[in-house]
Ligand binder design. Structure first.
Ligand SMILES: [Mg+2]
Length: 367
């Protein structure tokens, strides 16, 4: 039996080289918690989430994991959730997610299988969309920057790109979208992400204006709790609404689905409660014939999207965009080929930590 012998955490803060903005937030650094779960066989499973949640893990979750069989992920998830269910959303569920991801990584390494095979693979590659189009520069320079980003993604084989909207007056955002569509050409899908910027009236007005650029999806047009508003936007537009990157557990996604707030769901394993809960959300979506396009965490989601029937896209960030600082903390064995993400056959998630970077960006001194 592979028994959990140690659960350790490190909180990290990694600065961006150039700060950036999306509609609702300015970002100059990224916060992470790394969880390491070590078994009696000396296997170490790694789990990372982008929030500082080490206290919850150390005080509440570690005692539930120690001396348990690392293969019993379903039981361990249930026990962690029962401990934390009074919180139901937010940091508590992210902490559970970090542990669950580390457990799945350790399970794969224990059984010497990559996670997508362990789950029962459905495909061996998933199409990616090139994500970016953040607010950094202004005026003509911003337009040039977006066009350069889009051109780079298209040249390297991507068939879809995503950019931010909602951070400028509508006419200025329309110019940015026009520029992206121009650079992409007619055969590339263009997705727009408003990061909860609008109320439903403004979202309908903006969404209708964007429609002339043949938009593939309109992401998070309104505040995440405004399910009725999102449903209203969805009814008013011909562009599909994508949402769910800030939603927690199967229960949050159940409400998104039954309120008709979105017709493309974007569960994020680091947010929703880990691998175990992500799979439940994907199955729930499948039962409504709704596709999933996971948000962020390309090294994790390549495995998960490869293992379910109803995944349509992976969100992919080019390293040189300086958006995803995970790329400095570890190296993933997922390969990118002609716009497709391909999981490797390395056991677990096939991620190797960069120990120097972990030390450098750690908030606490590591002995
Ligand atoms: Mg988004």
């Amino acid at each position: 039996m592979a028994v959990v012998k140690q659960v350790s955490t490190v909180e990290l803060t990694v600065p961006l080289q150039r700060s950036m903005r999306f509609a609702t937030r300015q970002v100059s650094a990224r916060d992470f918690t790394l969880v390491q779960i070590e078994t009696n066989d000396g296997v170490i499973g790694n789990g990372v989430v982008y929030m500082h949640v080490a206290n919850i893990i150390e005080e509440k979750l570690r005692p539930l994991l120690l001396e348990q069989d690392v293969l019993d992920t379903e039981k361990l998830w249930r026990n962690m959730y029962r401990e934390m269910y009074r919180d139901r959303k937010g940091a508590a569920i992210r902490a559970i997610g970090a542990c669950d991801i580390a457990l799945w990584d350790a399970k794969g390494k224990t059984l010497n299988l990559p996670v997508y095979k362990l789950l029962g693979a459905c495909r061996d590659r998933v199409p990616c969309y090139g994500s970016g189009g953040y607010y950094r520069k202004t005026g003509r320079e911003a337009i040039n920057e977006i066009q350069e980003e889009v051109t780079k993604y298209v040249k390297s084989g991507f068939r879809a790109i995503k950019m931010k909207v909602g951070g400028l007056p509508l006419n200025d955002d329309l110019e940015r979208v026009r520029a992206a569509r121009e650079a992409a050409g007619a055969n590339i899908e263009v997705m727009l992400d408003a990061n909860n910027a609008y109320d439903s009236n403004t979202a309908i007005r903006a969404g209708k204006a964007y429609e002339k650029f043949d938009v593939y999806w309109f992401e998070e047009p309104v505040w995440p709790e405004d399910l009725a508003g999102s449903a209203r936007v969805s009814r008013a537009l011909s562009t599909p609404i994508a949402s769910g990157e800030l939603e927690y557990t199967r229960y949050g996604f159940r409400d998104l689905i039954i309120s008709n707030a979105a017709s493309i769901l974007q569960p994020d394993a680091e947010v929703v409660g880990g691998v175990s809960e992500w799979l439940k959300v994907a199955s729930l979506a499948a039962s409504f014939n709704i596709p999933v396009a996971p948000h962020w965490a390309q090294e994790i989601h390549t495995h998960l999207a490869s293992a379910v029937e109803n995944s349509i896209w992976i969100e992919w960030f080019a390293k040189d965009l300086d958006i995803r600082k995970e790329d400095e903390l570890y190296t993933s064995s997922v390969k990118l080929e002609d716009g497709f993400a391909i999981p490797s056959n390395e056991p677990g998630f096939g991620v190797k930590l960069n120990e120097d970077a972990i030390k450098k960006f750690s908030k606490r001194k590591i002995e």
